[in-house]
Design a protein around this ligand. Structure first.
Ligand code: PLP
Length: 395
C-alpha cells in the first residue's frame, strides 16, 4: 500500500486540530522532513513524547524484539513477562507499590480519579468523593480529567462534567487545609511542573506542604507526571526535586517511545483497595508497548542520561535568558530541564508560526507562552540552531 498521492486535505478528518499546511513524511533524531523535502528542527518532540528523538534505534530495536515473539496484543486476560517486568522496574524506580497500564495520559488520570475514590471508600470514608485541583492545571480531556483541567474554553461546551472538583490557587496552603478538613476530599491532583497551563514549576515547599496536609487529613496526593516525568526535568521524576513521594503518580507521553501507553503507579495501600473488576482496559499494557517502554525507561533512568538532560537544560535556559536581553518581545522564561516556556509579548501562536516558517517546530502553552520541548538527547549544536532561529523570530 502506498500513501503517495493520497489527499491530505483535512476534509475527512474531524476538525478539532488547527493544523498548519504541512505533511510530515520522515523523521530522524531531532529532525523531521515534509513532503517537499524541507527539514525542520523538531522542538515539540510530539508534545514531550519522543524523548529519544525520531527513529531511535532503542525504540526500533525493542519493537523488533517484541514482534519476533508474534505477540503484539494479548489483552489483560493473561499475563506476559514484559508487562510484569515493566511494572517491577517502574515501581523500583519510583516508590514501593504497584502499576496499572493504560493507553494515554487522560486515561491514566481517569484511572487515578477512580482509584482515589475506591481507596477512600475502602477506608470507610464514603464522604470523600471530591478532588482538589489547581489553577493552570491540565489533566486531560475526558469527563473526569476535563473537570480537573483549569481551562474554561475546553470545559464549557461539554458540561455537565464530573462533579466534585474544586480549584485552588497554586500555593494556597490554607485553602487546601480548609477543604481537606471538610472530610470530603479523596485526593489532591497536581503536576509538579505544569505543562499545558503555561510551563509553571511548582515550588518544592508547596509540594511538601501538600504531602503533610494529605497525611494529616487522610487524603491521597496524586502527581500527574505525564508531561514532566520520565527524565524531562533532569531527574527521572519531577517530584524528586522536592524530595516527596505521592500516593499515586500518572505517567504517559514518553513512556513507550511514541507508542501509546499510560501508567498509574500506586502505593501498596491504594493497591490493596483495588480488586478484580474494579477497573480495566482491553489494550492497556500489551506486550509490544511494554517491551518498548522497558527499553525506554531503562535508557531514561541511566544516571549519565539524566545528567545529560540537566546539562542540556542549563544550556537551553541560558540561551533563552540571552534572548531576554536581545529580544524585546521576550518577557521571561520558566521551566525545568528540557521543558522551558518562553513568555512572549503578543500571541505565542504567531511566534510558533513564524518559527515554523524558518524551520523550527514549537508549540504554545497558553496564549503567551512558547514551549520548547526538544528530545532529551538533542545535540548541543541543535539547541544552538534552535536558539538562533528563535532569536531571529523574536527580534
Ligand atoms: N496530564 C498532563 C500533565 C498532560 O500534559 C497531558 C497532555 O498533554 C495529559 C494529562 C493528557 O494526556 P493525553 O493527551 O495523552 O490524554
Amino acid at each position: 500500500m502506498t500513501l503517495s498521492g493520497t489527499s491530505v486535505a483535512p476534509a475527512a478528518l474531524v476538525g478539532v486540530y488547527a493544523q498548519p499546511d504541512l505533511v510530515l513524511v520522515k523523521g530522524e533524531g531531532s529532525w523531521v522532513w515534509d513532503e517537499d523535502g524541507r527539514r525542520y528542527l523538531d522542538f515539540t518532540a510530539g508534545i514531550a513524547v519522543n524523548a529519544l528523538g525520531h527513529g531511535s534505534p532503542i525504540v526500533a530495536g525493542a519493537i523488533q524484539e517484541a514482534l519476533a515473539t508474534g505477540l503484539i496484543h494479548t489483552s489483560n486476560l493473561y499475563r506476559t513477562r514484559p508487562v510484569a517486568e515493566l511494572a517491577r522496574t517502574l515501581v523500583e524506580l519510583a516508590f514501593p507499590g504497584r502499576a496499572f497500564f493504560c493507553n494515554s495520559g487522560a486515561e491514566a488520570n481517569e484511572g487515578a480519579l477512580k482509584f482515589s475514590r475506591r481507596w477512600a471508600g475502602s477506608t470507610g470514608a464514603e464522604a470523600k468523593r471530591g478532588f482538589i485541583s489547581f489553577r493552570g492545571a491540565f489533566h486531560g480531556r475526558l469527563f473526569g480529567t476535563l473537570a480537573a483541567t483549569d481551562r474554561e474554553a475546553y470545559q464549557a461546551p461539554f458540561r455537565p462534567l464530573m462533579p466534585g472538583v474544586q480549584f485552588l490557587e497554586v500555593g494556597d496552603v490554607g485553602g487546601v487545609e480548609e477543604l481537606l478538613a471538610t472530610g470530603t476530599v479523596a485526593a489532591v491532583f497536581i503536576e509538579p511542573l505544569q505543562g499545558e497551563g503555561g510551563v509553571r514549576p511548582i515550588a518544592p515547599e508547596f509540594l511538601r506542604s501538600l504531602r503533610a496536609l494529605c497525611d494529616r487529613h487522610r487524603a491521597l496526593l496524586v502527581f500527574d507526571e505525564i508531561q514532566c516525568g520520565l527524565g524531562r526535568t533532569g531527574k527521572l521524576f519531577a517530584h524528586q526535586h522536592a524530595g516527596v513521594t505521592p500516593d499515586i503518580m500518572t505517567l504517559a507521553k514518553p513512556l513507550a517511545g511514541g507508542l501509546p501507553m499510560g501508567a498509574i503507579l500506586v502505593t501498596e495501600e491504594v493497591a490493596s483497595a483495588l480488586h478484580p473488576g474494579d477497573h480495566g482496559t482491553t489494550f492497556g499494557g500489551g506486550p509490544l508497548v511494554a517491551t518498548v517502554a522497558l527499553a525506554v525507561v531503562r535508557t531514561l533512568s541511566e544516571p549519565s542520561f539524566l545528567k545529560g538532560v540537566t546539562e542540556r537544560g542549563v544550556f537551553l535556559r541560558k540561551g533563552i535568558e540571552g534572548l531576554i536581553e536581545r529580544c524585546k518581545q521576550v518577557k521571561g522564561v520558566r521551566g525545568m530541564g528540557l521543558l522551558q516556556g518562553i513568555v512572549v509579548e503578543g500571541q505565542a501562536a504567531s511566534v510558533v508560526a513564524a518559527a515554523r516558517e524558518k524551520g523550527l517546530l514549537l508549540v504554545s502553552a497558553g496564549p503567551d507562552v512558547v514551549r520548547v520541548i526538544p528530545p532529551l538527547n538533542v545535540a548541543y549544536e541543535e539547541l544552538e540552531q534552535g536558539l538562533e532561529i528563535l532569536a531571529e523570530v523574536l527580534a
